[in-house]
Design a protein around this ligand. Structure first.
Ligand SMILES: Cc1cc2nc3c(=O)[nH]c(=O)nc-3n(C[C@H](O)[C@H](O)[C@H](O)COP(=O)(O)OP(=O)(O)OC[C@H]3O[C@@H](n4cnc5c(N)ncnc54)[C@H](O)[C@@H]3O)c2cc1C
Length: 446
């Protein structure tokens, strides 16, 4: 049994959430429910929330191995954005223009839906919709910004604009405190009668049955909501690849520094490099800043030691100080990370099979904070047999191919990260768009 205080070390967010993090009781033994949800992250909790809204009589249990918000939902960068892991152009190629635009509109509306529900339910999670600034520091990055703005204008759905400094601005993003959101949502659900069992590891699931370390749940519907951790379960082992994203948080900075940097409350920021970085100004005036670059681990292994990589933390601090020399040197107070879930084709999906009663959603890569909300509404419609605009979206029923067995998976995943690193160096040196990204990106699914 982990001491509640130990969960504080999971991230800056866990350290600052006004919650004692004491685990709720585990499953007390065998029981019956209408719906059993595997995983106490935002996919699972939003699904429970909207299921109850559709049918308040449903009995719902959530089965969580650690505590609610232990996974990516409690540790992320707090970008509640309209981003979807597959671009609009990729969605258009695969599903056609109308479907691609419907998906974009649904994602943009989802940012506001998270704001609406958190306000209505009194979940204080520092939600402020200030948009995303994407900086462009080189000619290559300015060209990428202009291509992004042109593409948005061509589709006519996203309101992305050019900034005077050559970067871009996307208004469809809110900054929030992820642990306050997921822990607050859990309390709302509990008050509505959802039973949350923590310290309960699911070992196996089958139609109408979930087997855990604490007993079995017989149910009509099983919702699989384990995202990157799906790699640790037999049935979903090759459906998703756990890729680590790591973050740092700094000491609070004076308001005057933020004014000089031109970052307002509620704003998030990034740039146009290939090996993604992302940041926000927190409600208490810190930088929370993250990025990819940590390696993939053989066999899709997940381990607490992988949450921390000194080399990646050093790279992140350097990248942040290069972006904001006026605020440097920066003092880092928190370092953490966690696994996100990558499907083989980088295309998230939400599905429900009425024959087996098994539903699932995930594969959001680094764009799950808002997408989990869309997943929750969509799964709720599918499970309660509704035919709606949401159930017609192109990600519904999408099945990504399985990842290759090892060693191909190991080689492919780590090659992908290496390719993005090489692409950034190449662009810095040649001052031209990277050939490595163009050639290797599609091969490794970027
Ligand atoms: C460092 C980091 C930064 C990120 N930044 C952003 C961002 O800024 N914006 C954005 O949109 N997305 C971001 N993401 C991605 C986003 O956080 C995820 O896509 C999203 O939270 C996924 O939610 P989920 O509920 O599907 O999965 P999770 O939150 O991972 O929840 C899965 C849960 O299942 C539990 N579980 C696992 N195995 C079992 C089992 N056998 N039995 C029972 N329970 C089990 C886990 O303990 C966990 O609580 C980031 C992710 C990381 C790691």
């Amino acid at each position: 049994m982990v001491e509640p205080e130990a969960y504080r070390d999971l991230s800056f967010w866990h350290d600052t959430v006004p919650d004692d993090l004491a685990p709720r009781d585990p499953l007390p033994g065998d029981l019956d429910a209408d719906v059993a949800i595997i995983g106490g992250g935002l996919t699972g909790l939003w699904t429970a929330y909207y299921l109850l809204e559709r049918d308040p009589a449903l009995s719902i249990v959530v089965l969580e191995k650690h505590i609610v918000g232990f996974g990516a939902s409690g540790r992320n960068g707090g970008w509640c954005s309209a981003l979807f892991p597959a671009s609009t152009a990729a969605l258009e190629r695969r599903h056609g223009l109308d479907a691609a635009l419907a998906m974009r509109r649904a994602m943009i509306a989802t940012v506001d839906e998270v704001g609406r529900v958190t306000a209505a339910e009194g979940i204080d999670c520092d939600f402020v919709k200030g948009g995303t600034i994407s900086y462009a520091r080189t000619a290559v990055q300015r060209a990428a910004a202009s291509a992004e703005v042109a593409e948005a204008a061509r589709y006519g759905v996203d309101a992305i604009e050019r900034r005077a400094d050559g970067g871009s601005f996307d208004p469809a993003c809110a900054r929030l405190h992820p642990a306050k959101l997921v822990r607050g949502l859990a309390r709302v659900l509990e008050a509505k009668g959802v039973r949350l069992f923590e310290g309960t590891e699911v070992l196996d699931f089958a139609p109408r049955s979930v087997r855990t370390t604490r007993g079995r749940v017989r149910c009509d519907t099983v919702v699989v909501a384990t995202e990157g951790y799906g790699a640790t379960m037999r049935q979903t082992h090759r459906r998703v690849l756990p890729l680590y994203s790591l973050m740092i948080a700094t000491e609070p900075l004076p308001d005057a520094v933020w004014s000089e940097l031109g970052i307002e409350h509620g704003q998030t920021f990034a740039d146009f490099r290939h090996l993604i970085v992302y940041g926000q100004r927190t409600a208490d005036n810190r930088f929370a800043f993250g990025g990819r670059g940590a390696g993939y681990h053989w066999g899709s292994r997940i381990h607490p030691s992988y949450d921390r990589s000194p080399a990646v933390f050093t790279h992140l601090q350097r990248a942040l100080e290069q972006l904001f020399p006026a605020a440097s040197p920066l003092t880092v107070t928190h370092r953490w990370g966690g696994p996100l879930g990558v499907p083989r084709d980088w295309h998230a999906g939400a599905s429900y099979d009425p024959a087996t009663g098994i539903a699932s959603a995930g594969g959001y890569v680094g764009d799950g904070l808002s997408t989990t909300n869309l997943a929750g509404r969509t799964l709720a419609d599918l499970i309660t047999g509704r035919d709606t605009d949401l159930t017609a979206l192109p990600w519904v029923g999408h099945r990504s191919p399985d990842w290759e067995p090892e060693p191909l998976r190991f080689i492919g995943a780590n090659l992908g990260t290496l390719a993005m690193r090489i692409a950034d160096t190449e662009e810095r040196v040649t001052k031209r768009p990277s050939l490595a990204a163009r050639i290797m990106g599609p091969l490794v699914g970027h």
